[in-house]
Ligand binder design. Structure first.
Ligand code: AOF
Ligand code: ZN
Length: 431
């Protein structure tokens, strides 16, 4: 249970408005990256007077979007102009003694009194540093916000509690910890990346009740023996339509998808985000292909558009590498040992490219290697109520070689399937 600090006076209304802030934050999915998803709600006299969420292209932080929305409210909604204690003095460029001239300029649009005395609900600590935009703390102080309810501290070391301090120093009441668990979940890819510069890796798998990754007929072109099943089970799909839609949502929420050449050769997958929802960067499709076996005719290569990246032990200058590159595939040589690529180096490279989250959708081999390399942060396993009943293949052929235990486990149902999710370690714990 999260510790709520700042005041004992959390009201039912606080919980409702924080819920709204979290909802808004989630609207930044695939749009905020590589920044965190943040939503903000400004409330005055029990009424929402402005709200918004952050998108990376929109630049402005959620708090600023909410303040701007509030300033566009008709005066009757907030009681008109009431004093100007924090107002910007255009001659001296000073206000309330806590602002830098730089911040004043950045926030000069805040001439409205709409937010004076208001409470801000936000899922992340307001920033107090200058990145692409000015500090939100200054804007909030300048606008006369009286109380800030924030779900969690910003994991960014450039902020990390200093935002709260700045607000308190300016006399603003700060409450933290409300709905913290949800907030931390929403911001976890950013939290992992901003501290370690490595993406958060989620291993996704779909299994039958007998622990198989493959159904009879699904890969009939490869099978030597005819499977005994009389008809293909659901066209070879292990999971339900509802589960597959959920996997699409998981792809939508990820910056990159990672698979192995084995899966590409057998399934010839597209590995795209087919939700149709907007995203600021294409889903990066990443293939581990130590010997550069990726077929030029594969769907992946045929659809490559600056969004297919292959990590290989092979030379970047071989004829095959050149052909793939000509087809629009990026080839990156990676160090390795014993024919196996260094997955930690791969994660470092993806982190350098501002990839915050990786969805690992692979077969037994790459799953095992990823788990062994310690790069997996969480797992989501879809269990389908089907029995594959393969003959001659041990039920353990699912890529989970070493024993491990998941933490913070949650479960959800999608059609007839159950998705079990848990963490291999705390992504907020650093060092
Ligand atoms: C907020 N509100 O909506 C977001 C915050 O380069 P910048 O100026 O966009 O700053 C990015 C940093 O600001 C980011 O690393 C994170 O610490 C914080 N994100 N903060 O107050 C927001 N998106
Ligand atoms: Zn900010």
């Amino acid at each position: 249970m999260a510790h709520i600090s700042g005041t004992a006076n959390i009201t039912a209304a606080d919980a409702i408005f924080m819920h709204r802030a979290l909802e808004l934050a989630a609207q930044g999915v695939a749009l905020a990256t590589p920044n965190p998803m943040v939503g903000a709600v400004l409330v005055r006299k029990g009424k929402i007077i402005g709200e918004g969420f952050h998108t990376y292209e929109g630049m402005r932080h959620a708090e600023i979007v909410a303040l701007e929305a509030a300033s566009k409210q008709p005066p009757e909604n907030f009681g008109g102009i009431v004093g100007g204690v924090f107002k910007l003095d255009k001659n001296t460029e000073a206000a309330s003694g806590v602002l830098t001239p730089e911040a004043l300029n950045a926030n000069a649009f805040m001439e409205s009194d709409a937010a004076r005395g208001a409470t801000l609900y936000v899922n992340l600590e307001p920033c107090c540093h200058k990145g692409r935009t000015g500090p939100c703390t200054n804007a909030l102080i300048l606008a006369g916000v009286k109380r800030v309810v924030a779900a969690m501290q910003d994991p960014n070391p450039a902020v990390a509690g200093r935002g709260f301090k700045h607000l308190r120093a300016a006399g603003i009441e700060v409450v933290t910890g409300l709905r913290e668990a949800e907030a931390r979940r929403l911001v976890e890819p950013f939290a992992k990346w901003i501290v370690s510069r490595r993406p958060l890796v989620t291993l996704k798998s779909a299994l039958t009740l007998d622990g198989q990754l493959v159904l009879p007929h699904a890969r009939s072109s490869r099978s030597h023996r005819k499977p005994r099943a009389r008809r293909p089970l659901d066209n070879g799909w292990i999971t339900s339509l509802e589960s597959r839609a959920e996997v699409q949502r998981m792809r939508h929420a990820s910056d990159a998808l990672l698979t192995g050449i084995g899966t590409v050769l057998v399934d010839n997958p597209l590995l795209t985000d087919r939700t149709g929802l907007p995203r600021r960067r294409k889903l990066l499709r990443v293939v581990m292909d130590s010997r550069l076996r990726l077929p030029l005719k594969s769907q992946l290569v045929q659809t490559a558009d600056n969004d297919v990246l292959v990590f290989t032990l092979a030379s970047e200058n071989s004829p095959k590498a050149r052909a793939l590159r000509a087809a629009g595939v990026e080839i990156v040589h990676v160090a390795g040992r014993g024919g196996k690529s260094d997955l930690r180096a791969v994660m470092a490279e993806l982190g350098r490219r501002e990839i915050l989250s990786v969805l690992l959708e692979a077969g037994a081999k790459l799953n095992s290697a990823a788990l062994a390399a310690g790069i997996v942060d969480k797992m989501r396993v879809f269990l389908a109520p089907k029995i594959a009943g393969f003959q001659g293949i041990a039920a353990a052929r699912n890529g989970f070689q070493a024993p491990c235990e998941l933490h913070n486990v949650t479960m959800a149902q999608f059609g007839v399937d159950f998705a079990i999710e848990g963490y291999l370690h705390d992504v907020y714990r650093t060092g």
